[in-house]
Design a protein around this ligand. Structure first.
Ligand SMILES: [Zn+2]
Length: 255
């Protein structure tokens, strides 16, 4: 068996994946204690290769003919399907689904609860070069897929791009610009075609007729409530939507 397995400390948190990512790749590369091997409850098919050192979290699955290279980290309850290539230094959060034939290059960070459809290619951090450099990881912007984003089949994502939380990238899109939170994007060239709630329901904004408020509390351009779950959203700029907490706490947090 080519599998790597070492002792595993489940108390070690995946702190770098929690919330907003503040990443120092150089530090991570030097921090070998983060690579705790394959958790005993994880499943790695005998045809898959998982190179040491790495981390495959509890109950995660690595399916047939997939190759997870050294210095990769996979959280708990992930499913990595067949024929996936995970390059060194890739980080996946918890409950991430990676479908068949996906390629995740070095510098890719995928937060929790992301769905990555078949044959998606995600390029790594910007500014990485083939020629080695002593400063190869300084000033690098990772390619970041934020939590609960959905990436459709055959999507190509350029290096250094970030895809917002709960965003939806439709199949076969070419993503060469940042995708806002809650956005639905499509095509090549990439177009913003709508917004969706954290529950998945499409959002339809009603523009505020008055575009001023106080300096401290400017009115958003538009507002809406989800017709499915009732969550409230504000559009604060043409390419920015945020979820509003209702003052009485009536809205349940979806994530
Ligand atoms: Zn909703």
């Amino acid at each position: 068996m080519p599998h790597h397995s070492t002792s595993f400390d489940p108390s070690q948190p995946l702190a770098f994946l929690a919330g907003g990512v503040s990443l120092d790749i150089s530090t991570m590369e030097a921090e070998n204690s983060l690579y705790q091997g394959i958790h005993p409850s994880a499943f790695v098919h005998e045809s898959a290769y998982v190179d040491a050192p790495c981390r495959i979290g509890p109950r995660s699955q690595v399916m047939h003919f997939t190759h997870v290279m050294a210095q990769s980290m996979v959280g708990s309850d992930c499913r990595i399907a067949q024929h996936v290539t995970v390059y060194p230094g890739v980080m996946l959060g918890h409950r991430v689904v990676v479908m068949e034939n996906v390629r995740l290059n070095s510098g890719v960070i995928v937060q929790d609860d992301v769905y990555c459809g078949p044959s998606v290619t995600i390029s790594g951090a910007s500014k990485l070069r083939a020629a080695p450099s002593p400063h190869k990881t300084t000033g690098v912007s990772p390619t970041l897929i934020k939590h609960h984003a959905t990436v459709g089949a055959n999507v190509a994502i350029a290096g250094g791009i970030s895809i917002g939380q709960h965003a939806f990238v439709e199949g076969a899109s070419v993503v060469d610009k940042h995708v806002p939170d809650y956005a639905i994007v499509r095509g090549n060239p990439l177009r913003l075609v709508g917004w969706r709630c954290a529950c998945g329901q499409g959002l339809h904004f009603t523009a505020n007729k008055i575009h001023y408020g106080s300096a401290k509390a400017p009115l958003p351009l538009a507002q809406t409530e989800c017709t499915s779950c009732g969550a409230a959203y504000s559009q604060t700029a043409p390419h920015r939507v945020q979820r509003d907490e209702k003052p009485n706490g009536a809205t349940q947090r979806v994530s």
